[in-house]
Design a protein around this ligand. Structure first.
Ligand SMILES: Nc1nc2c(c(=O)[nH]1)N[C@H]1C(S)=C(S)[C@@H](COP(=O)(O)O)O[C@H]1N2
Ligand SMILES: [Mo]
Length: 418
């Protein structure tokens, strides 16, 4: 009899050999282990060819992570904003950030199914959907960002001198893609959504998440109120015109526009529909605001993202003095489109408005540019401050919370003119 692990290894090997899973980023040692597990060692020399552009890898991420595109942070990969310069509105899949609690599972779309179940369904009857079932439903396409709630977290420390826990992202834990899929509302209706349903709980097929102190929190799952689930949430199977890549939830992920990234559960395998409010560590212990300025048990669970801006430059980038450069960047807000971006190249003494290259778009970002001629060699601090359709603007400092969520202050970006 085959253990589940060996059948997993065989499936993974099959996908890898058929080119479904990318060779790059899978180490030779891992491949040898898989070949041995599948009883194929020595039988497939093609599988052992060294990838052309092997860069640093993060454990569990399948796609290549070349240093000019990504900064690896533990099991995660942050997009380098400088690598977005000139890429257009949508973030190419090869440079979209990855946030993995554990590691990317390699799932076979043909074997995959989604089970919708729970006492919020009529008759409490579970219903399964294959990928083909989903593709028979009307498809919708929506451009939206996925952004980690902790994006910008490192600036609590570097800019405000405060301690926070979690991945030390700079500003690159965001990407905007064209997602295609079906409305979660359509799937819930087909499953027999009952009148008493209040919450849904999508759950990922990746491994259980075990915290640093050894506590097993089970599979990644976060309750979503039915009101949002029925509004604009998708079950996405395409990203920028391609089948969802393994690292971004293949074959199907939840896509919750404008909300914190944790809501957009990847590799979704089942969705509980409940007549009572649901809880998981991801809406009780995590993804609330804790700390001196917040209620004892934390704020309400986080929903929308906040407002941010980023320059498409590395921190400390070198620029030639006495020459006019076209500096570019992007700004976004979870509350509405960005309508204005003010920029300063002298640490905030003088400000001008950046030229916007996109109309304000809900759930997305705007690209902007500003000309700048560094007058003489030296260190300069660039600032960008966005304002959205609701009138919200970026503050000088963000109120502290212990887990470093929703950093929205203007980031001080040092560059070196030489
Ligand atoms: N199943 C599962 N879904 C998940 C995660 C995960 O680790 N497992 N990470 C979440 C978090 S915290 C974020 S920010 C986004 C990141 O999506 P991306 O990796 O496609 O950029 O996925 C979310 N969905
Ligand atoms: Mo996240």
């Amino acid at each position: 009899m085959q253990t589940p692990e060996s059948s997993y290894d065989r499936r993974r090997l099959r996908q890898w050999l058929s080119g479904e899973a990318r060779a790059d980023g899978v180490s030779r040692r891992d491949m040898l282990r898989l070949l041995a597990a599948a009883g194929l060692a020595g039988a497939a020399p093609v599988a052992l060819s060294t990838p052309a552009a092997a860069g640093p890898t993060a454990p569990g991420i399948v796609k290549p992570l070349p240093e000019d595109l990504f900064t690896v942070r533990g099991t995660n990969a942050e997009t380098r904003f400088a690598a977005l310069a000139g890429t257009g509105y949508h973030t190419p899949n090869d440079r979209f950030f990855v946030r993995n609690h554990t590691s990317t599972p390699l799932l076979d779309a043909a074997d995959w199914k989604l089970t919708v179940w729970g006492d919020g369904l009529n008759g409490n009857r579970a219903v399964d959907f294959s990928l083909a079932d989903l593709k028979r439903l009307p498809s919708v396409t929506h451009s939206a960002f996925v952004e980690c709630a902790g994006n910008g977290r490192s600036h609590f420390t570097s800019q405000q001198g405060q301690e926070v826990s979690g991945t030390a992202w700079t500003l690159g834990a965001i990407g905007v893609a064209r997602w295609r899929g079906v409305r979660l509302a359509d799937v819930l209706k087909r499953a027999g959504l009952g009148r008493r349903a209040v919450d849904v709980l999508p759950r990922g097929l990746d491994d259980d998440y075990v915290t640093a102190d050894g506590t097993n929190l089970g599979r990644v799952r976060r309750p979503l109120p039915l009101s949002k689930a029925l509004d604009d949430v998708l079950l996405a199977y395409e990203m920028n015109g391609a089948p969802l890549p393994p690292d971004h939830g293949h074959p199907v992920r939840v896509l919750v526009p404008s909300w914190v990234g944790i809501a957009s559960v990847k590799w979704v395998g089942d969705i509980q529909v409940s007549a009572r409010p649901l809880y998981s560590p991801w809406n009780t212990d995590f993804y609330r605001l804790f700390g001196d300025a917040h209620p004892q048990n934390g704020s309400a669970p986080l929903t929308r993202q906040t407002i941010k801006s980023a320059w498409e430059l590395d921190a400390g980038a070198n620029l030639t003095a006495g020459v006019t450069h076209r500096l570019t960047g992007r700004s976004w807000s979870g509350a509405g489109g960005v309508v204005r971006v003010d920029v300063s190249t002298d640490g905030g003494t003088r400000w001008s408005t950046a030229r916007l290259h996109d109309a304000p778009r809900r759930d997305g970002w705007v690209r902007w540019s500003t000309p700048w001629r560094p007058p003489s060699p030296g260190i300069y601090t660039l600032l960008a401050r966005a304002t959205d359709t609701t009138g919200r603007t970026q503050p000088d400092a963000t109120v502290h919370n212990t887990q470093g969520y929703l950093f929205d202050a203007v980031v001080r970006h040092a560059v070196n003119a030489m």
